[in-house]
Ligand binder design. Sequence first.
Ligand code: IVH
Length: 669
Amino acid sequence: MTPAERADELRRSIRRHEERYYVLNDPEISDAEFDALMVELRVLEARHPDLVTPDSPTQRVGGRPAEGFATVEHSVPMLSLDNAYTESELREFDDRVRRLLGDVGSEPAAVAYTAELKIDGLSLSLLYQDGLLLRGVTRGDGTRGEDVTSNVRAIRAIPLGLVGAPAGLVEVRGEAYMPRGAFERLNRQREDADEPPFANPRNAAAGTMRNLDPALVAARRLGAYVYQLLVPAVGRPATQADALRTMRNWGLPIESHWHCCLGIDAVIAYCRRWQEARQRLDFETDGVVVKVDDLTLRERLGATAKFPRWAVAYKFPPEQATTRLLRIEVNVGRTGAVTPYAVLQPVRLSGSTIQMATLHNEQDVARRDLRPGDTVIVEKGGDVIPKVVGPVLDLRPADCRGWTMPAECPACGSRLQRPDDEVVWRCPNVSCPARLRRGLLHFASRRAMNIDGLGESFVDQVVSTGLVSDFADLYRLTAGHIEGLERMGPRSSARLLGEIERSKDNELWRVVFALGIRHVGERGAQSLAAHFGSIESLIAAPASAIEEVADIGPVVAASVRAYFDEPRNVALVGRMKAAGVRMTQPVAAGSSRPLQGRTFVLTGALASMSRDDAVAAIGSRGGRVTGSVSTRTSYVVAGVDPGSKLEKARELGVPILDEAAFLQLIMGA
Ligand code: IVH
């Protein structure tokens, strides 16, 4: 077989496996076998660059993160759909369709509809030219959207090339979504890193597509389905069912549970069936899209200014249950915000057990007149977090009293404060143990100071015994202090102290992020550190100078300024410095130790070098190779036939480099 033939075979085989994995949810080979095919193709293409084709799976993620997205106009506006919330609204839709068709021809007794699951993601337009993916654009305002081509290419469910599609331009529209499993994994990682979780898979998918780095899009494993075909008039399918089958044959991902229904009764039966059955799907669906099947009839029906007249989106009612509101308690966050939450008698809802629900703020509780002891209706709508809809007044016990916000912080007894123009009460005490606990957990979290082993049990103990009353105190702990604590033997104490010691070398941005300044996330901290270069310059900077930093807006700038205007915070930074936290700036590019501080784990064979060469290449650039994967591993390099370390890396969310990416890192370094 010639290299060209082998490359072609590999590309086809990879596309087939991508489809089985990302579209059909039914992989035929293991991830390791899949990765091996990718590596073989990459190596082949590296040796024969002329064999690289634009639709090669190696070309999904390429180049650097984008600076921003350009806006482009849609060929035909991307309309949204009118909603139907009840079965009778579905019947009204059908009546209207039949009446309108009767006005322009003979009124049909029953209209043929296609019923498709409504995918809860974000809509995309995909443009193919001569079968090759040319452009991907978000819906935007319906007239103009954002060009997100490089992110769309990173979605493995979307083919880079179509098989058997006509020459010229073909536009299809559909939805990118985040599968439930990927969503749960992502939120677990975010919680570990003290980042706010996404409220639902739709927000997660939208947030992912707005990201400027296609590598991140690829790692989030989005799915996609298309449901609309726009082609020039010639060769156009006659019905929606034909269009779906045609797109499927070209290799596009189609959600397989669509159904042709003759008459509205069949549509209603479909909706009823999926209202229950949707829990078993791997993606979230919030309803059923009902479309007139015959495309000629669609044209006759046309559109209003906002919606097509030939389709409607039936929305599933949110699932509800009733249970007892046992108590209302409050939670103190790391910025001091005190939020009420409902403690509920556990109840099953949408496949999970609910025992708590957020109540947002005091006014929210008052507005709905929720009282401990009430029977309440809880609901799970588009958000994963359940909501308390309201009390069932008929079931309210006679002695049921209203609830008021405590006047004092439940953790430290300080009087809570609330500025007149805000709804949130706050504990003003910066040394409040509840704030301190949350703050320490954030400080030590993986994305911040990355102190492995500094978990909740440890934090509870050092705070309640008074050993630690701010971040700087962590750096004064000795074995004598902590060995006696619960779950702290000599070995784990030594390990933890080693971790704390190591964290003194963390770069400045980690420290800035770890301080927990309101509104300053990881990215903001990186921008601030890169711009100011030292904590002293940041502390001294006026708000106007902070606002000039890339990615930093006025709210963040004001918050940073307010933080350092508080003398206690400046003193805290001083104590941290005195305790040995260096707040270093990373070594500039071009220096000889660019991989300083990064740890690598190698698994599987590399095609381009021996293991020893790889270890030497990493070592000579200041990096370190270790034998096992942990949350502290910076990268796992996966060659051919990787072992269980790759699995472990996936589990822990450690970035995985294939051979090409590893070479890029080494060469660039
Ligand atoms: S058809 C003219 N089919 O729901 C509009 N839309 O509420 C044609 N959606 O904007 C849209 N699944 O983002 C259609 N099977 C499906 C869909 C679907 C999800 C989204 C789409 C649309 C919104 C309308």
